[in-house]
Ligand binder design. Sequence first.
Ligand SMILES: [Fe+2]
Length: 326
Amino acid sequence: MAFRQTPCQIAHTDAALHGCVRRRPEPAIANPLQREPIDLMKLIHITDTHLVEPGLKLYGLDPKARLDAAIADINRHHSDAALAIVTGDLAHWGEVGAYRTFLHSMNGLFVPYVVLVGNHDSRAACLDVLAAAPRDAHGFVQGWHDTSCGRLLFLDTLDEKSHAGQMCELRLKWTARALTEAPANRPIYLFMHHPPFAVGLHAMDRIALAERAAFTEIIGPHRHRIRHLFFGHLHRPISGSWMGIPFSTLRGTNHQVWFDLSPDAPHLASHEPPSYAVVLIGEDTVVVHNHDYLDRSPRFAFSEPGVEERAYALGPVAQDAAFPVQ
Ligand SMILES: [Fe+2]
């Protein structure tokens, strides 16, 4: 399906960023938060692609093939999205060749995209290869994207000496300013790699954002404006709220982190299915759909004309009627 470019209502902060927003046909309803009405917008959230040098497999899987499959699925079903955001761990060992491989794949995506860095990334290599990486005045991979739905704020939590996340003084100040100076009466959506809180996966909690208290202090005064927090790092589908801010994260496109909440659980990876998320932003809602894009289980109708509903459901008909996944 070809990507149809429609009039763009996103204020660009980087020439590599583009986005398209569709106007809502009906009048906006009264807003309980007393902010300006916002338009509908579809975003794509991808995370933890962990690309390696061409031809190599990582933990028995081909990261490029799995990213390519995600891109093909997005192109087929969601080419109308305004923007895709890849929340870090683009490359597993931060190699230039891996970023070139990532770029080769992403060049096939019909949707404009922006990338963040995670603990497996090299900031310099990422910035060298990927024009879709925002860059602030201090060389961090940070930026924002003002849209008709509000400000999309992209944060850099990479500490190149640790797998834990970092928010140094420079980045904290930058974040505080980006929040304070965001357009008035408009919502904010945060994107980062590391979660700024523990989620109960003990091995991952030890490498969450290190400066949680300082970051919480920066975010706190703005939390009523932050409609959603998106992050990666955990390689698991998790959602909830933090300081009243809804959040979501999802599986990576290559390997996953096994689910075990026991304090002494070994830190295990897994081959659970990869996913990407489709985010539908509306006047009163932010809806996040996780999609297991490699799932090939049968699809079938809930009923069939002329067949008694119970007999259909309990019999082999549903299996016979199953059709292959496109
Ligand atoms: Fe990762």
